[in-house]
Design a binder for this molecule. Structure first.
Ligand code: AMP
Length: 282
């Protein structure tokens, strides 16, 4: 499996293997790979002649230094998982220096307000970091298609906006959420949970699934109250936000409009570890 740590080598390799009718599928990740990541790679393998996976813990998208310091990193294990899936995948695992050339700071973006909702409110600067790294990686890899998980739905919408605003010749493809047996959304951060916490964290999706049922017949305020009450006084969880928003603009909704598609978004702390999840309500 080809692996590159420097962009010049990756670019030279891509020039060598590209032909008039080849296509490049790209899966950006921060490593600590799980089945959700591997499903994105599998889809890319199916739809493209070449698949590139990047593994890079991007410092500029972390607003919390402890979260960055404790983010799980295990390149050897990640490479084994990728090799087990396919030896044809090209891995790009750059250093911070290779990406940021001594200046790891974010560019400022205007994503037409998408960046100010939910994660944008609670993680200041996060989407400037995401925009900076995704744009940089797209410039290096020049993908035909890029694959992003719906687990980070706001990120997916922002990357689509980035591609449109900067006229990037890439198709952004959203992929379904992979879950553990107890329906907890797979996440690299789950590695930091104890077994007991992981088991109990199934409550996050259970609550979303119940909220979806309630959304059919009840007011949005009632659904919000139900979720607040579920987590209030719970010894293990601290609810950061629960929001019902329209899928396009991600603006928090208080009343239902038949012509819009809605989605519920949640962020919960379990023992200082921040977990997010989302569900379509239509
Ligand atoms: P990350 O390494 O967390 O930055 O994630 C890399 C990509 O994998 C992003 O596009 C995520 O949305 C996606 N992803 C993360 N977790 C899941 C999951 N449970 N199911 C599907 N995609 C996921």
């Amino acid at each position: 499996m080809p692996i590159f740590y420097a962009k010049e080598q990756l670019i030279a390799h891509l020039e060598l293997i590209s032909t008039a009718d080849s296509s490049i599928g790209f899966v950006p990740t921060m490593g600590a790979l799980h089945s959700g990541h591997l499903a994105l790679m599998q889809q890319s393998l199916t739809e493209n002649t070449h698949t590139i996976v990047s593994i890079f813990v991007n410092p500029t998208q972390f607003n919390n230094p402890e979260d960055l310091a404790k983010y799980p990193r295990n390149l050897e294990a990640d490479l084994s998982k990728i090799t087990a899936l396919s030896t044809n995948i090209i891995v790009y695992a750059p250093t911070v220096e290779d990406i940021y050339s001594g200046n790891p700071v974010s560019q400022s973006f205007d994503f037409d307000g998408l960046e100010n909702q939910m994660e944008g409110q609670f993680r200041p600067g996060h989407f400037n970091g995401v925009g900076t790294i995704v744009k940089r990686l797209f410039e290096i890899v020049n993908p035909t298609r890029a694959y992003f998980g719906e687990k980070d739905f706001q990120q997916l919408q922002i990357v689509k906006k980035l591609a449109v605003k900067y006229n990037l010749p890439v198709t952004i493809i959203g992929c379904p959420i992979f879950r553990e047996a107890n329906q907890l959304a797979m996440s690299s951060r789950n590695e930091r949970l104890s077994e007991e916490e992981r088991n109990q964290a199934g409550l996050i999706y259970q609550t979303l699934a119940q909220a979806k049922i309630k959304f059919q017949n009840e007011d949005i305020e009632k659904v919000n109250q139900f979720v607040q009450q579920t987590f209030e006084n719970h010894p293990l969880f601290e609810l950061e936000y629960f929001v019902i928003a329209d899928e396009e603009k991600l603006i928090t909704c208080h009343n239902k409009d038949k012509n819009k598609n809605y989605r519920a978004f949640i962020a919960v702390f379990v023992n200082n570890i921040r977990l997010i999840d989302t569900i379509s309500l239509n």
